[in-house]
Design a protein around this ligand. Structure first.
Ligand code: SF4
Ligand code: SF4
Length: 195
């Protein structure tokens, strides 16, 4: 794509040539090797979550749901936005990834053949050798290393403000340009996305 192909985006986020603008933040963190201390902490968190599952009342009923991605054009825009942004919102995931006993109930119900130790191993194998400094321990260069079935309900249901506003009102937009803006003013634009 050349700069001539890029739409002009005004200061308030509206695309100047008729495309709807969806504003998202940008992850600017550096990639660094994953420290053993972080692996130890996520392992401890997994052990705790699985232990808490033992005392969860009615685990069948209280398991977190596996929420689907948005469908259709909303899904196309959401995927483009998160790819452009590279996971700004994952910064809060630390060494817990928002996983809890309700997520463990869902994972264990979906994989009844796995013992607790095997579930922990499943997660530990997903910790990337290199990840974004200070972000979630599963936040690798290509994005989240967990598929949706292993992610927390928090992760599967979260959208940042700009994306959530679009997903909730996607019906009206014929074409969209996702605009990522960082705190220090770096700007990235997606290609024009059409239905
Ligand atoms: S939900 Fe928003 S902040 Fe999170 S990765 Fe997607 S675009 Fe970025
Ligand atoms: S588990 Fe994945 S989606 Fe959730 S915070 Fe970590 S990297 Fe982000």
């Amino acid at each position: 794509m050349t700069t001539q192909d890029l739409p002009v985006v005004t200061r308030d986020g509206a695309a100047a040539d008729g495309h709807q603008a969806v504003m998202v933040p940008l992850n600017q963190r550096a990639l660094v090797p994953t420290q053993p201390e972080r692996i130890r902490r996520i392992r401890e968190h997994m052990v705790r979550s699985l232990r808490d599952l033992r005392t969860l009342k009615q685990p069948e009923r209280n398991a977190s749901p596996l929420r689907p991605e948005p469908l259709g054009f909303a899904g196309t825009v959401a995927r483009a936005a998160c790819t452009l942004c590279q996971g700004f919102c994952c910064k809060g995931g630390g060494e817990h990834a928002y996983l809890d006993e309700r997520d463990m109930a869902r994972v264990r119900q979906a994989r009844p053949e796995l013992e607790a130790r095997a579930v922990i191993r499943l997660y530990m194998e997903r910790v990337p050798a290199e990840g974004y400094a200070g972000s979630c321990v599963f936040h690798g260069k290509q994005g989240c290393t967990l598929d949706r079935s292993l992610r927390s309900d928090v992760c599967n249901s979260y959208f940042c403000n700009g994306l959530r506003d679009f997903v909730n009102t996607a019906d009206g937009a014929a074409s969209v340009v996702v605009t990522g803006v960082s705190a220090d003013g770096e700007t990235r634009l997606s290609p024009v996305l059409t239905r």
